[in-house]
Write a protein that binds this ligand. Structure first.
Ligand SMILES: [Zn+2]
Length: 513
């Protein structure tokens, strides 16, 4: 998808008449009626093969495997070729629209399938409910993203991978290696869109009744045709076995409750504006299961990193325990994290096993004071505060030591204070204390979590950290099954501090050694 799209996205706007949700049965392509185009479409329709149904299962091929009959390219027709039974997209930006005779190229409730192969660094996509447009990125319809490894140009970093409903529900992990055929399946039934990459569900989206998510005015379900995207000359993507099946009566059945799928407009705006929305501090605690986490991801677009706690006094204290934990949270859609506990954790595990996690984090909530008294700051009976100022200086020293020496990529629960001091947070976290811990984190490229559960760090801290070049992550640190929310505090901080997508860190980028 376009690298500059985020700049063109308006803030979430109230629905206007122009995007009224009930689609009007307009003739296709009425807004692009040049004579040449009309003749071209007519010829394409005449030349197209009669749609063939497979047996009795209702599937119809949209691509005959030999020619582009039934398809119409805009802008740069040369960007599409048929080679060895596949449509090859490669060249300057252009879109290839299905304009053949099947259903008059107007599809509403359907299942779509295509086999796709993306070359390294390629960006492409499949649009549905779209309409012919002479040039530019397509305004109407939704796009399902194809992108295994394209990173974006210049200062832009693309955060949406194959299987994303582009800018609406994003996938951040690479699910299929480049150069490997996979099947993309899109199903639209009434207001519900599901996407599968091979057999893996990546998106379960129900379009809200009021405003389009994230302010994309053209992203409204109605009806329309399909389009394949040639994104740029550096991208080469192959499509074959492109077929569709009308759902008709199959689309009925229990209708999903939209309230179960609703997300706050501010979160939708993050999806639309290229923020990597990943709750990197999710624990399978209190009965929360991997399936629960995946359901939240499919429906809300909040991706997850699942963390296991390793350290003295925790169930996992050695490599064998980490091995078992890694297997339990192994799923292509989630990141796997180790949360180091206590200060001995990095000596309990081998670097080889630690390296199998996508990222490692710790907090500064467990340490011993100069008298050797071990404290866990969240347990009031263990906390010794003889003098608040001296305690803060100790906390800063311990935090800096952790950030300077432990093999981590993220500092979580940052600036946490024990309950006895929490009400004095703004006074005790002086600018100088903040500067010392921020400097230590920035020096080693350690990202700083914006923690939803404890609502820390403060906006003042985040502003100072950003100024110093720090990057941030989203994290809930849920204590059980029912406190995984919508990252409300993270959203608040983004707004208050004016953070951009580029202020955020994702596993796999800029790791510290
Ligand atoms: Zn945790």
């Amino acid at each position: 998808m376009p690298k500059n799209r985020s700049a063109r996205i308006p803030r979430a706007t109230p629905p206007s008449k122009a995007v009224a949700m009930t689609p009007k049965p307009v003739a296709p392509f009425t807004h692009t009626h040049t004579l040449a185009l009309a003749i071209g479409l007519l010829l394409a329709a005449i030349a197209a093969p009669a749609p063939r149904a497979h047996a009795a299962d209702g599937w119809h091929d949209l691509f005959d495997g030999r020619s582009l009959n039934g398809w119409t390219a805009n802008e740069k027709p040369g960007s599409f070729q048929v080679v060895d039974g596949a449509i090859v997209c490669n060249g300057p930006r252009s879109h290839l629209f299905y304009t053949g005779p099947l259903r008059g190229a107007r599809f509403r409730d359907f299942e779509f399938e295509a086999e796709i192969l993306a070359r390294p660094g390629a960006n492409s996509g499949v649009y549905f409910h779209t309409a012919f447009q002479e040039k530019d990125w397509l305004a109407k319809g939704y796009e399902v993203q194809v992108n295994g490894s394209a990173t974006g140009d210049g200062g832009y970093r693309e955060h949406k991978r194959t299987g994303s409903l582009y800018g609406i529900r994003n996938v951040h992990r690479t699910l299929v290696p480049d150069d490997q055929w996979f099947t993309l399946r899109i199903r639209v039934a009434d207001k519900r869109v599901t996407v599968h990459v091979d057999d893996l569900l990546t998106v379960d989206y129900v379009e809200p009744n009021d405003a389009p998510d994230g302010g994309y005015r053209g992203r409204r379900l109605g009806e329309g045709t399909f389009a394949l995207q040639c994104h740029d000359p550096g991208s080469r993507v192959l499509f074959r076995k492109v077929r569709v099946r009308d759902l008709g009566p199959h689309a009925s059945g229990p209708r999903p409750d939209p309230s179960e799928y609703r997300i706050p407009p501010a979160l939708a705006a993050l999806h639309a504006n290229n923020f990597p929305v990943v709750d990197l501090h999710t624990h399978l605690k209190g009965g929360l299961t991997l399936d629960d986490v995946l359901r939240r991801q499919h429906r809300t677009g909040i991706n997850a990193g699942i963390a296991v706690n390793g350290g003295l006094g925790f169930p996992i204290t050695n490599d064998a325990g980490l091995d078992r934990a890694l297997a339990e949270i192994d799923h292509p859609l989630v990141y796997r994290a180790l949360q180091g506990e206590g200060r001995e954790w990095s000596r309990l595990f081998s670097p080889e096993v630690i390296a199998r996690f996508d990222y490692v984090f710790t907090d500064a909530m467990t340490f011993s004071d100069d008298q050797g008294r071990r404290m866990r700051l969240w347990i009031p009976e263990e906390v010794h505060i003889d003098d608040p100022q001296a305690f803060m200086d100790l906390l800063v020293r311990r935090t800096v030591a952790i950030l300077e020496t432990e093999p981590i990529q993220v500092w979580v629960n940052p600036t946490f204070l024990p309950a006895a001091l929490a009400s004095r947070y703004d006074e005790l976290w002086t600018e100088d204390r903040m500067r010392r811990v921020i400097e230590a984190a920035v020096k080693r490229g350690i990202a700083i979590e914006i923690n939803d559960r404890f609502r820390i760090p403060s906006a003042a801290f985040v502003r100072q950290a950003r100024q110093a070049g720090a990057r941030f992550t989203f994290g809930t640190n849920n204590g059980g099954r029912d406190d995984l929310g919508n990252l409300d505090y993270c959203v608040t901080i983004i707004r208050e501090c004016g953070l951009k997508w580029s202020d955020f860190w994702l596993p796999g980028r800029n790791r510290t050694p």
